[in-house]
Ligand binder design. Sequence first.
Ligand code: PEP
Ligand code: MG
Length: 749
Amino acid sequence: MQHSLTTLTTLVQEISGAENAMSAMQVIVARLSHIMEVPVCSLYLKSPTRSKLILAATQGLAEPSIGKIKLSIDEGLVGTIAATKHTLNLANAPAHEKYAFFPQAQETPYRQFMGVPLIHLRQLIGVLVVQGTAKKPFSQEAEAFLVTIASQLAGTLYNIQKSGEWITTRKPKRLFKRYSGIAGSAGIGIGELTPLHTHIDLKQAPEMQGAGILKERKQFDSALDSVRDDLDLGANRIEKELPEDILSLFGVYRMMLESPELLDSTRDLIAQGCSAQWAVRETALKLASSFEQADDPYLKARGEDVRNIAIKLMTQMARKEQTESPDKTTPVILAGELISIADLSAYPSDQIQGIICRSGSALSHTSIVANALGIPAIMGVSDLDIKRYKGKQIVIDAGRGEIIIAPPEEMVAEYQRIKDTEQQFNQSLAGLKDLPAVTTDDFHVSLFTNTGLLADVSPGLRNGAEGIGLYRSEIPFMIHDNFPTEEEQYLVYKEVIDAYSPRPVSMRTLDIGGDKQLPYFDFKEENPYLGWRGIRFTLDNTTLQVTQLRAMVRAAHGRENLKILIPMVSRIDEVKTIKELLNQVISELVAEGKQAIMPKLGIMIEVPSVLLLLDKIAPYIDFVSIGSNDLTQYLLAVDRNNPKVSRLFDNLNPAVLSALYFIRKKCAALQLPVSLCGEMAADPASVLLLVAMGFDRLSLSAHRIPKIKWLIRNISRADAKKLLAKVESAEDESEIRKVLNKKLKELGL
Ligand code: PEP
Ligand code: MG
């Protein structure tokens, strides 16, 4: 028998060439029946909605029985395999007590039978069966082969099974299809799917050889001018609809467009004889990947801006910009690999009912603008074939990251009803900006914002943030081609500190290392999450650390709102050293005749060791801020970017909740102010428990503030405490979420 890896390689190639899910599955059964030299190979998949096993593909049974043979879990041999999740290898299948005969399969009752369960991430997807004529069980070698192949194919079959496409292909009654992605901007959108830029795909390399350096250079320069003009025009067109701070994102795009990293490298490649398109793509992919390697989701998202700019430039150069001007009344859902803010400005914003990007994340600029305009957006729907559904009516439920293609009328009507209710709710939040986040029994929670890019500074103020709880200073470092100088850093920090004064601004020192790489300081590590990160990196690069501290302290001159926050602390000596450096910086600045005051010093609680060191560290610091993203990752030993384990990443895991409560009580005893600045602060379910525990400072993305404020203003801490008591006995996060969701539902969220 063939080696399973060789079989798999051939199978994967054949499946990827298959037209649709049905033919992909047919390829699998036909190929396996051939390799295993058996007359029958059948694939049963579990229906995504009902717990039935349905014959999805077969080689050897009657073709019309596909989609018709349905078994309950535990029914027949196939159902038994599904129920027990065990292989059955039988010499005489009809003699088995669970044997069931299906006349519609027109099968010769083959005696030799072997079935293996298909399991992906612990979930049963289906059962793979082979049947033969021999009067003995299949050989051990055949059994090992089928088990191996089944486990290797499970991931692919999981995607097919989940899409439901294999059912809809057989059942014209349910023609609508579902896809899922990441929520970029919550809300429901109903409209016609309108593809954008589908002809430019950064995955496909254009011709590398240029048509002459001068010609290519000219083409690049003129594309640069056109894109620049487009951005200005776009900004003018939606000027009235967007607040100034969001409009400044057009400035960020311009900055990226004109950044030396993009221009110099592209021009260098053109000078070496490459085509302008190739040079743009090559440069952009490199630049984008240095952002995307970052561990920090905010930085990761900047890679998308670079890709967007590259697509715009290449579209200009390819002169294939869509010429059809859209009908100005039909509600549209724009869909593309990436959609730039300039694309949005081509439509009146009330015509755009939604956005779908095959790439991108919740922190992309498209998401930020979509949030500001109140347009639902779903990102990262990599398996959606956009061109195929052009012009189809679709519904997107962006909060759940769900796309429904060609839904029936009743479904559209139901979504419209939910959309109307949501709209009424959001309108009622606008009035909350200047009101405090205080529970009905008078527990006040200060809401701060997380930021890092200058363009993102004012949304916090607009949404009523009481200050900046986390300024991610690595972002200004990412958009330079060298470590920024003290003066360059000073100017950026000053703008932020001035904008928020007298509100407090917690500036975190450089948090890079591991896989949060700077394009100009690349290093590889075996185990980046446990390596040279945050404070470990900056203390080993003392000049860098001192320069940054000087720039921060200088930027706070005349203001008293600066707080300095240290990332990834795991040991007490790190805190002592940073404190010494800070003292040294103050003395030096004073000696230079500059006014400098000691800012408050705090640490991020991200590494679990700090929990057990708090007593010892407390005398050296003024406050702590919990980085719930990293704390959860380290406490649970789960990388949430790894799809194999990401389902285990949950802030509501009882271990994480115990750790948080421990920190809260410990800080109260030590009289140490504590805030929480990870994603958890923006999750309504988590906020119920954080309020109960007594967290009175939360820091979150600006656009999430109104909803969290509404929640806090609509609950009593006494009720929240009851919920906390209830979930304390829960065994796992799903039990906890159930309790909390019930409460959120009661509140109307
Ligand atoms: C965190 O770890 O929760 C945090 C806020 O830091 P970052 O997301 O920047 O790693
Ligand atoms: Mg962190």
